[in-house]
Design a protein around this ligand. Structure first.
Ligand SMILES: [Zn+2]
Ligand SMILES: [Zn+2]
Length: 332
């Protein structure tokens, strides 16, 4: 597949899309309703539908019975942990193996022309971005993610929270489900701005930013405090009336969905002409430039607060001008 039809590659081998990134038409000012129908399928497919389905399937078929979750016991807690460790390993590997290990599409549509595993990097444990990513993801990321899921299961089983049923509140829960990505983005934007405060950045968030050239296992390669904050988005379901499947969908959106921004490729090729657009460029630019795109562009928060980078030379110039002014202020 010719990736130079939709993008350009520089001398270093880095590929960038020709089209500027856009925030969703729904939240633009003024809202561009005419562009809404064209945007809508990409909102659901493939990722949101996948995580909605995984949330429902996990809760219905793979979680322990409600009766069993009434009492906190290691047996069922470890069962959910094991399920999650296997699921995350399989899902992340489904991207890592073909794209990075087998390099099935070489560097076509790859934002950074280089592969992280080609050179040892002393910033990482054992000099390996993948080794640290896997250890942090499975060592603390998935256990923390699981702890929130245990809280959801235990609370739903005891009727402390998450008590709405789809049979009695179908429209409300449907609307809540549709809002999951928007809430995730708003929550992520807030905690992300917080951990970019210099002292927090130094101790917490710099771990995640060691991946300047992110790959799938960079997704949850975070300090445990960041993982704790990141997954705390699900606590909203204990404040508003909600249902455990919606809460679990939110956590799947955060846990499985984290990989989407770190794929490193704009398009996953399928067959000769087919493919899946990843929408990963927004967050890639955050890893590349650090102080742009704190959110993923679903909501216009970066536009509102002046940190939006749409990939164009104009946005690059505006960002460099912001940096120049910041340095001048610091030196004053
Ligand atoms: Zn990231
Ligand atoms: Zn960051």
């Amino acid at each position: 597949m010719d990736d130079l039809k939709t993008g350009t590659r520089n001398k270093r081998g880095d590929w960038a899309p020709n089209e500027a990134l856009e925030t969703s038409p729904l939240f633009r000012l003024p809202p561009q309703l005419s562009k809404f129908p064209g945007w809508l399928p990409g909102y659901f497919l493939p990722w949101n539908v996948l995580f909605m389905a995984s949330g429902a399937v996990f809760w219905t078929f793979l979680f322990p019975d409600l009766d069993r979750m009434k009492v906190l016991e290691w047996g069922w807690v470890l069962q959910i942990l094991a399920l999650n460790l296997v699921a995350v390993t399989l899902f992340y590997s489904a991207l890592e193996v073909p794209l990075y290990l087998k390099r099935r599409q070489a560097n076509r549509f790859k934002y950074n022309g280089k592969f992280p595993s080609d050179a040892r990097n002393p910033a990482f444990w054992f000099g390996s971005q993948n080794a640290e990513g896997i250890l942090r993801s499975l060592g603390t990321g998935v256990p923390i993610w699981t702890a929130y899921q245990v809280l959801i299961g235990w609370s739903a089983a005891n009727g402390n929270a998450l008590t709405l049923t789809f049979a009695e509140n179908p429209l409300y829960l449907l609307a809540l489900g549709l809002l999951v990505p928007a809430w995730h983005e708003f929550h992520f934007y807030c905690i992300h701005r917080l951990i970019h405060v210099p002292v927090l950045y130094k101790w917490i968030h710099s771990v995640h930013h060691n991946s300047v050239n992110p790959s799938p296992w960079s997704s949850l390669s975070m300090h445990p405090v960041e993982q704790l904050l990141y997954f705390s988005s699900c606590l909203i379901h204990f404040v508003i009336p909600s249902n455990p499947v919606i809460a679990l969908y939110g956590l799947h959106y955060a846990g499985f969905g984290a990989v989407v921004g770190h794929i490193g490729f704009d398009r996953i090729e399928l067959g000769r002409e087919g493919g899946i657009d990843t929408h990963a460029y927004t967050h890639y630019l955050h890893h590349k430039h650090f102080e742009v795109n704190y959110g993923d562009g679903l909501m216009p928060l970066d536009k509102l607060f002046g940190s939006w980078h749409d990939g164009t030379p104009e946005a690059q110039a505006a960002m460099e001008e912001r940096f120049r002014r910041k340095v001048a202020r610091a030196n004053r």
